[in-house]
Design a protein around this ligand. Sequence first.
Ligand SMILES: [Zn+2]
Length: 135
Amino acid sequence: MPVIYRCKRCGYTFYVFSKVGLDFFGMPTPSEISNWYAGVCPKCGKPVEKPSARDVKIIPFPRRDRELLLRIKEGKVKWVSQLHDGDSLALARLRMGGLVDVYKGRIKLTYVGATIASLLARKVVRRVKACRGRA
Ligand SMILES: [Zn+2]
């Protein structure tokens, strides 16, 4: 299940982190994330606040969603019309999670590179952990 940092006011996604197992080793802290954005939301300008416990929402990220995300990333699915039966719910969850966007029937990733890779590949996450461990 990924951890998604979003703006409280407009829902802008600051960062997505995929945890493996039960530890959050390697996950950036809210203040690190705030620093990356110079303390304000790039979309609506709201100052980034420290999240309280009631700001944390648990949203499941099922296997089906990961598989759809992978197909989108590999360019196998580019249009809503290419979706299989039952994928529309997965797409809706990916959109709610701020991972993909749909514009005029075209699906595009809101996240690129390492973030998506870490969501999809446990190997990548393990490598990140190994690097941190050595430092
Ligand atoms: Zn915002």
